[in-house]
Design a protein around this ligand. Structure first.
Ligand code: MN
Length: 323
């Protein structure tokens, strides 16, 4: 954290960005960092590859996050340190990749996901932290910067979203301490939770109806959903609307692994796998060149939906047998 603050303070001009389809944690971290840098007299902007999705706009009520798609004058990007938060995969910053120097000397990555190789010059990794917003809050504390009410709300929303409402494994006492500190800025947790979790359109409910109607349970311990591209389009939804739905399968105590098969193209099926605790499903997707971590992984299989299901289910069951 000290090295990160030092590194940032070396520079004067910043461009903050996150991954494509910005989420509350990425946005909250950007807004917190923007506030910190401005308080330190720096010139900083937020520039994402894509606009903020409509249902995430409450995280950025002042519309501080600009995007490459609506940017006319690209010269504002030049000469800035590019700070990527909540993402260490440069492919996911899209067009902004072109502005990262070959030696990466104008790049800083701040992320909390697993499996990064930190060098504390370009890559700053906080894998034990549940959200990027917690990292940014700690950085603000270290820099002696207090959030505004609006910044506090954005950070709080990011923490709630990325910890699954304080449920996921990386949630610890520090997470709750930070949330408590943020709440003192006048945040209403019920209001934030409602905006995060109870904002889905009727079409998503209809999508779920379709998913549950076609749900299959194998051996009483593995459950899967499948969905066709045409079903998603017919409901006027996008692939993002499937986010989180696979987690519902492992809400049942008896189900050890849940899978969502999504038809992307005629010969391309996305597989998303979820499990709990010690049940490691990673081997099931690795055969297909996929990845992730033991409880949440995925792959894209170059087969049609039904063939992909027939091919993948035995792999998944083999994984469960080896537990
Ligand atoms: Mn995150």
């Amino acid at each position: 954290m000290e090295l990160l603050l030092q590194r940032l303070m070396e520079e004067e001009k910043f461009l903050l960005t996150t991954h494509r389809t910005p989420d509350p944690d990425g946005l909250g971290a950007e807004l917190g960092l923007l506030h910190l840098l401005k308080c330190k007299g720096k010139d900083a902007i937020i520039m994402n590859s894509e606009p903020v999705p409509v249902k995430m706009r409450f995280v950025d009520p002042e519309n501080l996050a600009a995007d490459m798609k609506s940017l006319k004058d690209k010269s504002v990007i030049e000469g800035r340190l590019i700070v990527v938060v909540d993402n260490s995969d440069l492919k996911r910053i899209d067009d902004l990749q072109a502005y990262v120097r070959e030696d990466k000397s104008n790049l800083v990555i701040i992320d909390h996901h697993d499996g990064m190789l930190a060098d504390n010059r370009i890559m700053f990794a906080f894998p034990s932290t549940g959200s990027s917003c917690e990292v940014v809050f700690e950085l603000m504390s270290l820099a002696g910067v207090e959030p505004t009410e609006s910044v506090a709300r954005s950070l709080y929303a990011g923490i709630v979203a990325d910890t699954g409402n304080f449920r996921y494994r990386k949630t610890d006492s520090r997470t709750h301490e930070i949330a408590a500190k943020l709440m003192r800025f006048g945040i209403n947790p019920a209001d934030v939770a409602e905006k995060l979790f109870e904002n889905s359109p009727l079409a998503r409910l209809l999508l779920k109806k379709k998913l549950y109607a076609g749900m299959v349970i194998e051996q009483g311990r593995l459950a899967y959903f499948k969905i066709r591209k045409s079903d998603i389009i017919e409901l006027g939804l996008s692939l993002d609307d499937l986010d989180g739905v696979v987690n519902e399968l492992i809400e049942s105590d008896d189900i050890q692994a849940g899978i969502l098969f999504t038809e992307r193209e005629a010969q391309q099926t996305k597989v998303s796998v979820r499990s709990r605790g010690s049940i490691n499903m990673l081997a099931s997707v690795e055969k297909y060149g996929g990845g992730g971590h033991k409880n949440a992984c995925g792959a894209t299989i170059p087969m049609d939906l039904e063939t992909a299901i027939a091919d993948f289910i035995p792999e998944a069951l083999r994984c469960l047998d080896s537990v």
